[in-house]
Ligand binder design. Structure first.
Ligand SMILES: Nc1ncnc2c1ncn2[C@@H]1O[C@H](COP(=O)(O)OP(=O)(O)O)[C@@H](O)[C@H]1O
Ligand SMILES: O=P(O)(O)OC[C@H]1O[C@](O)(COP(=O)(O)O)[C@@H](O)[C@@H]1O
Length: 319
């Protein structure tokens, strides 16, 4: 008899709870025992495993974070830690695992599948840095939070006639900066995928200022440089009083958006149906509006592409 477990791993993302809820309720619907593994791969190694029932996931769809807890686990990458994790799964008779997380977590899931455990990975990361899916769950909530913050920052920036460098998350991926930059009407974005010239950004601000513009918002992804150093140089070049706002963890928490709840519920449900019918390793994806599955090895080789067109649109319309 199949036994399914669900774990969440890596950086948490709004929508993780919708996934957990859908996985648990779908498994029970099909008469399958379902287990929750606490605190990601760390909890798996330590045997933090608990059977879940319908009511275990009551009243969680609206909550940010993950009720199962998460971790970044150095131990899981070691031979010893990984084998301990496999032993725990064997002890409970769990043969199928659904992993919700980002790139690293899904690499861990691939390793589990190579050890004979059937897995389905669900893309959960606010960064939207996965090549095999158009969107990862959590991204839309994060960019809504960032966009609301930009609107607030714009009000005060405009009143004072200042510039503001808003630092957002995204170590290797500029999607949070790009999408919230478009939605918030930022004049410039600075992202890890593209080189920038501070002199060009300053020139644009001076042209705007001479036109009577009283605010200038620059969104900087955390992986693209040091926002304080940038702001100091920008102020020097433009003569515009320049402040820095680092949004930090504010953008990773909070009640999930409608899109993330629906994506989470759908992917959680389809993941269970898929894992019951298939052996091996897979991931869930959303491509051009449809939910799809890919073999996990192929999926992790797909390159994440920066949306040059959207970046060009920002350049043209945010002057
Ligand atoms: N190549 C890998 N092989 C096995 N496990 C991995 C690998 N990369 C990451 N992991 C596991 O996944 C965890 C989460 O990965 P991390 O990159 O921190 O977050 P995310 O999944 O959000 O990208 C890591 O702490 C580690 O335990
Ligand atoms: O919580 P931590 O360990 O400080 O991680 C911060 C990082 O996690 C993220 O929020 C999400 O990244 P991952 O999806 O790779 O975990 C990044 O944007 C950020 O740099």
């Amino acid at each position: 008899m199949d036994k399914i477990a669900i774990l969440t791993s890596g950086g948490d993302a709004p929508g993780m709870n919708a996934v957990i809820r859908a996985v648990v309720r779908t498994a029970i619907y099909y008469g399958i025992e379902v287990y929750g593994i606490k605190n990601g791969y760390e909890g798996l190694i330590d045997g933090e495993v608990e059977q879940l029932i319908e009511s275990s996931v009551a009243d969680i769809i609206q909550r940010g974070g993950t009720v199962l807890g998460t971790s970044r686990s150095e131990r899981f990458i070691t031979h010893e830690g990984f084998n301990q994790a496999i032993d725990v799964l064997k002890k409970y008779g769990i043969n199928k695992v659904i992993v919700g997380g980002g790139d690293g977590s899904l690499r861990g899931a691939k390793k589990l599948s190579e050890s004979g455990i059937d897995v389905v990975g669900i893309p959960l990361s606010i960064d939207n840095d996965l090549g095999f899916t158009d969107y990862s769950i959590g991204f839309f909530t994060a960019i809504t939070t960032v966009t609301n913050a930009i609107s607030n920052i714009r009000d005060t920036t405009e009143s004072h006639g200042r510039a503001n460098v808003v630092e957002v998350m995204g170590r290797d991926c500029g999607d949070i900066a790009l999408y919230s930059g478009i939605a918030g009407g930022a004049e410039n974005i600075i992202v890890p995928e593209k080189k920038y010239e501070i002199s060009e950004i300053a020139k644009k601000a001076i042209v705007g200022k001479n036109r009577g513009k009283r605010h200038h918002i620059i969104i900087m992804a955390e992986g693209a440089g040091n926002s304080y150093e940038f702001a100091e140089k920008f102020e020097e070049l433009t003569g515009i009083d320049t402040k820095v706002t680092i949004l930090g963890y504010i953008q990773r928490g909070g009640s999930p958006s409608v899109v993330d709840r629906i994506l989470g519920s759908t992917m959680g449900n389809v993941a269970v149906e898929h894992i019951l019918k298939n052996t091996g390793g897979y991931v869930m994806s959303i491509r051009e509006g449809s939910v799809k599955t890919y073999p996990i090895g192929d999926a992790l080789k797909m390159e994440n592409k920066f949306d040059e067109k959207l970046s060009e649109i920002l350049k043209i319309i945010s002057i």
